[in-house]
Design a protein around this ligand. Structure first.
Ligand code: DMJ
Length: 463
């Protein structure tokens, strides 16, 4: 059976891939190449990334205006819920501002300020809405001083608060924005523990401690349920406080919990968060780190015993080098980023999950994820080593080569076949392109003056 494959925006039959590649040429002949030649200087790289930010944004403007996300192959938009929440414009706004794309930023800002409303009776995922929308509104408010964005953030924060009304204080996964009804008692560390930067900043900017205290309690309650090994598991019931999956890793469902433990201390000076991070960090190094001839990786273990259960690492795990670097552990950070770069280079784009022992792909999709670029940016800021811009050149070249379409950028169904899917996640503009731009144009932002939330929204201490 023949399958359709999309490459460089063209639909072709799977059997003809190689012939089509030859016709299209490596850089998709017929399109002016957005990739600067090898050896181009950093300014040229920054300019090239900036113009791809505009390309991705224009795809959204043209085909998905007013909706949550762009589907660039079908050239349509999609909403997450019955009512849209302008996910892409909110997520992209600070990227447009930082890249100096003033007209696009003004259009995005007016759309958000004029059209975004939260009085829809829709059940939203607390974590996603917090990191993308609350985080995006707060950082854009700090960059522009536009009071309307802070008012929206406060309204949203208020509507999310009922999610925390569980017997343990850890939030349910979903809450209705109008009725406050909750659902989804089985949650996970990432969704419970990745709220303090946004709720904390909202508390500081509005003078309402309830936002800080509520999110902090959830974080502490989760940490208190760690195993004697110091590890947390992958799933937990917020009503009983019992773990429902004891699989422990630094990837999906847990990743940003670790990130926020450290960043809570960095942004708010909260020593209790710092102490929780340092304890968690030791458990990671002891039980999950796999340091051998194949390099440094962080695999999986059972939280109760600390015994190795899998040798898997992936696109989400790749935030860890950046976090270790922020914590001052440049040695581990450098080595882990080299492992991530090997993972990327295996097929010319990283897979969602890889078995690092066999180097076999376990989950082949690529969702336009930013984490490996984020780590390159942070490492470059902290070491000034050219290695990380070299990596950035590779990431950018490969993204353009495999994920660019005429109407924006899109996910890959498989990094092995390079078959394209049909979605530009909002975090591509919020994170992947922002970190790439900042890697080559660091002066666009005072790195030491901000803490990035997990959706790459820079938050500044203004209190
Ligand atoms: C983003 O929404 C955030 O970075 C989150 O922490 C993980 N998933 C995506 C990007 O991969």
């Amino acid at each position: 059976m023949q399958r359709n494959i999309h490459l460089c925006g063209a639909r072709i039959l799977a059997g003809s891939v190689l012939a089509a590649l030859a016709v299209l040429g490596v850089g998709c002949a017929g399109q002016e190449s957005p990739t600067p030649p090898a050896g181009a200087d950093d300014a040229a790289m920054a300019e090239a990334v900036r113009s791809e930010i505009l390309h991705a944004w224009r795809g959204y403007e043209r085909y998905a205006w007013g909706q949550d996300e762009l589907q660039p192959l079908s050239r349509t938009g999609r909403d997450w819920h019955e009512a849209g929440l302008l996910m892409t414009p909110v997520d992209a706004l600070d990227t447009l501002i930082l890249a100096g794309l003033d007209e696009a930023a003004a259009r995005a800002r007016e759309l958000v300020a004029a059209e975004l409303r939260f009085d829809h009776p829709i059940e939203v995922q607390v974590f996603e809405i917090t990191i993308r929308i609350l985080g995006g509104l707060l950082s854009s408010y700090q960059l522009t001083g536009d009071q309307r964005l802070l008012e929206l953030a406060e309204d949203l924060g208020e509507r999310l608060l009922p999610a925390f009304e569980s017997p343990t204080g850890m939030p349910y996964r979903y809450v209705d924005l109008v009725t406050g009804e909750t659902s989804g008692p089985e949650s996970n560390p990432a969704e419970i523990g990745t709220l303090i930067l946004e709720f904390g900043t909202l508390a500081k900017l509005t003078g309402r401690d309830v936002f800080y205290d509520t999110a902090k309690r959830a974080l502490v309650e989760l940490h208190h349920r760690r195993a004697p090994t110091g590890l947390v598991g992958e799933k937990i019931d917020v009503e009983t406080g019992e773990w429902t999956s004891t699989r422990s890793l630094v990837g999906a469902r847990i990743d940003s919990y670790y990130e926020y433990l450290l960043k809570c201390e960095l942004l708010f000076g909260d020593a209790e968060c710092g102490a929780m991070w340092r304890e968690a960090r030791e458990a990671l190094h002891r039980h999950l780190a796999d340091d051998g001839p194949d390099g440094l990786w962080y695999g999986e273990a059972d939280m109760r015993t600390g015994e190795r259960t899998a040798t898997r690492y992936g696109a989400l795990h790749a935030f860890l080098p950046g976090l270790l670097a922020l914590d001052g552990d440049l040695d581990r950070a450098r080595r882990l980023q080299e492992s991530g770069y090997r993972m990327w280079s295996l097929h010319g784009v990283e897979p969602e999950v890889l078995d690092y022992r066999t180097m076999e792909v376990v989950s082949a999709g690529y969702r336009l994820r930013p984490e490996i670029v984020e780590s390159a940016y942070v490492l470059h800021e902290l070491t000034d080593e050219p290695r990380y811009r070299e990596m950035g050149r590779t990431f950018f070249r490969d993204l353009v080569h495999h994920c660019r379409t005429e109407a924006g950028y899109t996910v890959l169904e498989s990094v092995v076949t390079k078959e394209q899917g049909d979605l530009m996640h909002s975090f591509f503009l919020a994170e992947t392109l922002k970190y790439l731009y900042l890697l080559f144009e660091p002066k666009a932002l005072d790195f030491r003056g901000v803490v990035f939330n997990t959706e790459a929204h820079p938050l500044r201490r203004t209190w």
